[in-house]
Write a protein that binds this ligand. Structure first.
Ligand code: ADP
Length: 453
């Protein structure tokens, strides 16, 4: 391979002969040569009706390398044939263009059509004229979109090389700018697509939100309706139920009953009370779920609540021969912010369960403890405990966890009511339990202060 001594990349001129080059091609090939061999060449079109100009140009440019890429020369001898080639070879980088060919201004016609018809703004055009009189430089450069104007007489080899190199640099810069503009456009399109996607997603989410709000509104309305219906039904049920319970009690007091009839009267009484409790609990739960719970939060000395509940529970505990132990807590008397009646209801329910689900001759310990600004009431029993598999279901409404098959009365909603009430008052409820050994249920509230008495 021959490298021109005036290569734009200043490739060193060889002093070795071709023979040596042929014998040791690998050793002698320079980096620039290797790069040039592997790179696509710059396409340069020579348009002239004079074959000698073609030969001279080919000789002058032989071995020229720009940016590591060699040249590929195309030869055309008229304006028309040059245009035909340009139509099929849009990637021609430079045209060395004669002016006077088949017509006096064939070259200028080519310039016009390349820019206007082929819309090729990239190709660099070097106008070469042998008759500057026909085409004065000032007029041509002002009226035609060319990139250089040369008189053939001044085009020595070094001048031709530098003219072509400069033209190639201009072409290469334009390509870079064009590819940057394309990347920018692609990026902009991507961003626009993404923005559209996000906007669509946002619209969908907003729509979904509106649907959810509407569904929530409907659900709330349904819960409120259920609560209203339950309240009015409960009144209709309660009146005859109270009559049934009352007459069953009267019957039980009668001295003329056979033992069988007395037992029947007692069952009627017991069942009536169970039904009444169920109705009361359901009304309570539906009010809570409908957000109709009215709380009167005030400072409540927790000790008074425990005392009242223990007094109430004593009768039932005695009846079942269970020991009710009022164990002193380490926190002493504590005041919490709660609704007095509702806190009483919660502790009473936990105590009632500790009695109901206890074992014969078992015991129940109740105590209050205060730690880190919270007060906790604990109720521990020595009863059946809760199987590990059932522990996660303990606060489910109407789930009696198998107790419904036994003789212990219950409705299965005492604990869920206790949980809702405790949480509505800003407290927490929980338990620990070991099956067959017993359970400890607790409720916890923020302590306001230690009670003074
Ligand atoms: P119920 O009216 O059935 O007592 P609860 O909601 O108060 O309803 O309790 C739900 C279920 O949890 C009970 O049926 C029982 O199986 C279980 N349970 C509640 N407290 C205890 C306890 N102290 N010991 C063992 N099981 C309990």
């Amino acid at each position: 391979m021959n490298t021109h001594p005036l290569s734009a990349d200043h490739a060193p001129a060889r002093e070795d002969g071709d023979d040596l080059l042929f014998l040791q091609p690998e050793a002698e090939e320079s980096d620039a040569d290797r790069f040039a061999r592997n790179s696509e060449p710059w396409k340069v079109l020579i348009v002239d009706d004079d074959t000698m100009i073609h030969d001279a140009t080919r000789l002058a440019l032989a071995g020229l390398i720009f940016n590591g890429r060699p040249l590929k020369l195309f030869n055309e001898y008229s304006g028309e044939s040059a245009l035909r080639l340009l139509r099929h070879e849009p990637s021609i980088a430079v045209i060395l263009l004669d002016v006077v060919m088949e017509h006096t201004n064939s070259g200028l016609e080519v310039v016009k059509r390349v820019r206007n018809d082929l819309k090729n703004r990239l190709v660099r055009i070097i106008l070469r004229t042998g008759q500057p009189g026909y085409t004065p430089e000032q007029v041509v450069t002002a009226e035609y979109d060319i990139n250089d104007y040369k008189e053939k007489s001044e085009l020595t080899q070094p001048k031709l090389i530098s003219a072509v190199t400069l033209a190639l640099r201009g072409y290469s810069d334009l390509l870079t700018i064009q590819s940057l503009a394309t990347s920018k456009e692609t990026l902009e399109l991507l961003v626009r697509d993404r923005t559209l996607d996000l906007r669509q997603l946002n619209d969908e989410l907003e729509q979904r939100n509106v649907q959810l709000i509407a569904a929530r509104f409907e659900a709330d309305a349904a819960i409120r309706t259920k609560s209203v219906i339950l309240s009015s039904i409960s009144h209709e049920l309660r009146t005859p139920l109270n009559a049934v319970i009352g007459y069953a009690q009267l019957l039980d007091m009668s001295t003329h009953l056979t033992p069988g009839d007395r037992e029947a009267a007692q069952i009627i009484h017991q069942s009536g009370r169970h039904l009444l409790a169920l109705i009361d609990n359901m009304i309570d739960l539906s009010h809570i779920e409908a957000g109709e719970l009215e709380l009167n939060i005030e400072p409540v000395p927790i000790r008074t609540v425990i005392d009242d509940c223990l007094t109430q529970a004593a009768v039932k505990a005695d009846e079942l021969e269970l020991k009710l132990i009022d164990a002193d807590g380490d926190g002493g008397p504590v005041v919490v912010a709660a609704d007095h009646a509702r806190l009483h209801q919660v502790v009473s329910n936990l105590l009632s369960n500790a009695i109901k689900y206890n074992r014969p001759h078992g015991s129940i310990r109740v105590w209050c403890s205060a730690k880190n600004g919270t007060a906790r009431v604990s109720i521990a029993d020595t009863g059946v405990g809760i199987a590990p598999a059932n522990q996660a279901k303990i606060f489910n409404a109407f789930d009696r966890l198998g107790a419904e098959f036994g003789t212990i009365e219950g409705t299965g909603i005492g604990l869920i009511i206790s949980k809702r009430l405790t949480e509505a008052m800003g407290g927490q409820i929980g338990f620990e339990s070991v099956e067959h050994q017993g359970s400890t249920f607790w409720v916890e509230f923020k302590a306001l202060a230690q009670a003074t008495g």
